[in-house]
Design a protein around this ligand. Structure first.
Ligand SMILES: [Zn+2]
Ligand SMILES: [Zn+2]
Ligand SMILES: [Zn+2]
Length: 342
């Protein structure tokens, strides 16, 4: 497992000489894979809340396959009648047997389904509001330090401010900002941008953009530094892609899936095939290409999350798939400048 990080290295890419992929050279492909690997590292490194030191996990995590359903007699629940809550914790949550036992102990009833998003986050669906409230207010869980919140409610909102002088530290930024309407600023994180200078050792450079994390569902339109009023824009999360299974929404550090080949989608490290098959959309491209419809969907969902300041789940309900890919979408796009995720 310690070797996970080594799975994609430039040495292990074996495209035969002269082959091309969408006019990308072999070097380009190596570059893309390396770059992915590095972004992955960056995403993980930056995943600390600068103030409390606690992990603030994003709401964009994709789901695992672990779930259990409670057998119910009678007719099926209507989708809008169910109440969804999340448990999240900074440590690993109990696995399904232990969790089910705990629910029983605490007399938590009317559960329809329990779904593990990952080891740190579980979604619980209730058929009854009173049972959901009882679960939300359960002392045993709260004392454990579990955070329980509604699925469609945001616990944190992210904004971004620009043109922040490079010599100001995150701690200073945090200290000097005041927010209107009692909005609470939780953390400030200076974002990195990709270094465009070729052959430079530094792949990432600090940028003048700073991401602000606010508690609750509101992003202020402006924040204040002394007498100065500064505009806050909604922050769009970059799409995380795992470099082990190539699925979106989690990083290799939390991956519990089998290794997947980015070229053919089978369960092995990247191979020599030129018949690409994307693991996410089954299309004829490598799993990390930015023209993948699966990637574009994830990107659009994050734009909706920023536009409507909502959770991944809510944005997913708003997402409308494109009728057919247009030429502009088919073009290989430059990745965004600012590229950091908690
Ligand atoms: Zn994975
Ligand atoms: Zn393969
Ligand atoms: Zn694809």
């Amino acid at each position: 497992m310690a070797d996970n990080n080594k799975q994609i290295s430039s040495e292990s890419i074996c495209l035969t000489n002269g082959s091309s992929y969408n006019s990308l050279s072999e070097n380009d492909i190596n570059e893309i894979i390396e770059q992915y690997h590095e972004e992955e590292e960056m995403n993980f490194e930056m995943s600390n809340d600068t103030k409390s030191g606690k992990r603030v996990r994003s709401d964009t995590e994709e789901e695992t396959d672990t779930e259990w359903r409670v057998q119910r007699k009678g007719k099926k629940m209507k989708e809008q009648d169910k109440i969804e809550l999340y448990i999240s914790w900074n440590e690993q949550l109990p696995k399904q047997f232990a969790l089910a036992k705990l629910f029983k102990q605490e007399d938590i009833k009317d559960i329809i389904k329990v779904k593990y998003i990952n080891q740190f986050k579980v979604r619980v669906e209730f058929s009854n509001e009173l049972s959901a409230i009882k679960f939300e207010q359960c002392k045993t869980f709260i004392e454990k330090g579990w955070r329980i919140h509604r699925a469609m409610e945001k616990s944190y909102s992210y904004g971004v401010i620009k043109d922040v002088d490079m010599d100001i530290s995150e701690a200073e930024i945090l200290k000097s900002i005041t927010c209107p309407n009692d909005i609470q600023l939780v953390s400030a994180l200076r974002l990195n941008r990709r270094n465009r200078i070729k052959d430079s050792d530094e792949r990432w450079l600090q940028s003048e953009a700073v991401r602000l994390c606010f508690k609750g569902t509101n992003i202020p339109a402006y924040i204040y530094v002394d007498e100065l009023r500064i505009k806050v824009d909604p922050y769009i999360f970059p799409v995380t892609q795992c470099t082990r299974c190539w699925k979106f929404g989690h990083s290799v550090k939390t991956c519990s899936s089998k290794i997947v080949c980015p070229k053919c989608g089978d369960n092995h490290e990247n191979c020599v095939t030129e018949n690409f098959k994307c693991v996410n959309c089954k299309g004829k491209h490598m799993a990390m290409t930015k023209i993948c419809p699966g990637f574009l969907k994830e990107k659009r969902i994050r734009e909706l999350m920023a536009e409507f300041n909502c959770t991944y789940r809510r944005a997913l309900t708003m997402y409308v798939p494109p009728v057919r890919p247009t030429m502009s979408v088919m073009k290989e796009k430059e990745p965004d400048d600012v590229d950091i995720q908690t």
